[in-house]
Design a protein around this ligand. Structure first.
Ligand SMILES: [Zn+2]
Ligand SMILES: [Zn+2]
Ligand SMILES: [Zn+2]
Length: 360
């Protein structure tokens, strides 16, 4: 590790991977193409399509520069390899430089080709022109999308590397290198998969990620997958104003959790209530931040049970507590759910459904 070229190589590989796949820490530090070249890319809110045409083109060029950038860095990090004078360098390095240069040249040539005649060859423009009316161009579609993207009532979700945007007439998916576009009236949405994570990385709540395939009846529009949290599913459905079909195996899973949540709530309402000490205002639920915390864990079941004392102040709402409770269960054995014990989401003291007290 004390050799500068080894250190440089490791650091360059890690930084390159972080730059291409952009973990949240790098994103918030502004280490993205979108942030670093924001001046040239223009505002996404003002001209959404033009912004993403430029962004995808620039992303391609910048990512294709990474192999060449390594060579340039090695010229300085390993002067003994004589990389600055390529005819003195070893054959391996000569081949590496040739391949890196070729990758960079191809990407620049492709970007140049895309930009000809007002970007008409760019994959995004080609995808838009599929939706253009006869005698009009991709620009008409772009201005329709731009206008609808500016409205505040659009649906926006998904991870930063695969954003999902649903406007009044369009379903859009923004990825690193492309923009998928489908027209509401042309597309069928089908739930194809769902994954349950007991804890999402950003919020301390259980989360279910639903995968939905967007397929268009227009044969020139390629189908694509969108992923979003199950809690956003209803909002998406309202925005689409069209039913989302469910593949059979997913329906069971979805309704099971929803069904359990209702059961959980009705059982909790039968429990003793907890009176907040005077002066203690309930805080917003730390799971959803939508409503105030309205349950408190108190050990009220039989003395000889395995339940433990929880001293946490009320931090969760009934829905989030129910979702937490459901997420800690064996998904294959729903019959055991009501009788099981789960740890308090904050202090990990075990509790059962009898110990969840509504707050008044
Ligand atoms: Zn607790
Ligand atoms: Zn909540
Ligand atoms: Zn208990």
């Amino acid at each position: 590790m004390d050799r500068p070229d080894t250190t440089f190589s490791l650091a360059y590989i890690v930084l390159s991977l972080c730059f291409v796949f952009t973990p949240n820490e790098f994103r918030s530090a502004g280490f993205t193409v979108q942030h670093m070249f924001s001046g040239w890319l223009g505002s996404e809110d003002i001209s959404f399509i033009q912004h993403h045409i430029k962004r995808t083109t620039l992303t391609l060029i910048v990512h294709c520069f990474l192999p060449l950038g390594y060579y340039v860095g090695m010229c300085l990090a390993a002067p003994e390899q004589n990389l600055l004078y390529i005819h003195h360098a070893s054959q391996g390095w000569q081949i590496y430089l040739a391949v890196s240069l070729a990758i960079q040249l191809v990407s620049c040539a492709l970007a140049f080709y895309w930009s000809r005649q007002g970007w008409v060859n760019h994959p995004i423009c080609k995808a838009l022109s599929v939706h253009a009316l006869p005698n009009s161009s991709w620009r008409a579609v772009a201005s329709s999308i731009n206008t609808e993207f500016r409205r505040i009532d659009k649906f926006a979700s998904g991870s930063p590397s695969a954003r999902v945007i649903v406007t009044d007439t369009w379903v859009l998916k923004v990825t690193t290198y492309h923009l998928h576009v489908a027209l509401h009236q042309d597309c069928h949405l089908t739930v194809t998969d769902s994954k349950h994570h007991s804890l999402s990385p950003d919020l301390n709540t259980p989360v279910q990620i639903v995968t939905i395939t967007v397929a268009s009846i227009n044969p020139r529009v390629k189908s694509f997958d969108i992923r979003l949290k199950s809690t956003e599913y209803v909002e998406l459905q309202e925005k689409l104003r069209a039913p989302i079909r469910n593949a059979a195996n997913v329906v069971i899973h979805l309704t099971m959790s929803e069904l359990f949540l209702d059961t959980f709530k009705s059982y909790v309402r039968m429990n003793d209530v907890y009176r907040c000490p005077s002066g203690q205002e309930p805080e917003p639920c730390i799971g959803c931040m939508q409503v105030n915390a309205n349950v408190k864990l108190l050990r009220l079941c039989h003395d000889d049970s395995e339940c433990q004392l929880c001293f946490c102040r009320p931090m969760w709402c009934l829905t989030c507590m129910g979702k937490w409770f459901a997420s800690r269960q064996d998904q294959q054995q729903p019959e055991t759910w009501l009788s099981s014990r789960v740890p308090c989401p904050t202090c990990r003291a075990k509790f059962c459904i009898l110990d969840v007290c509504p707050i008044i």
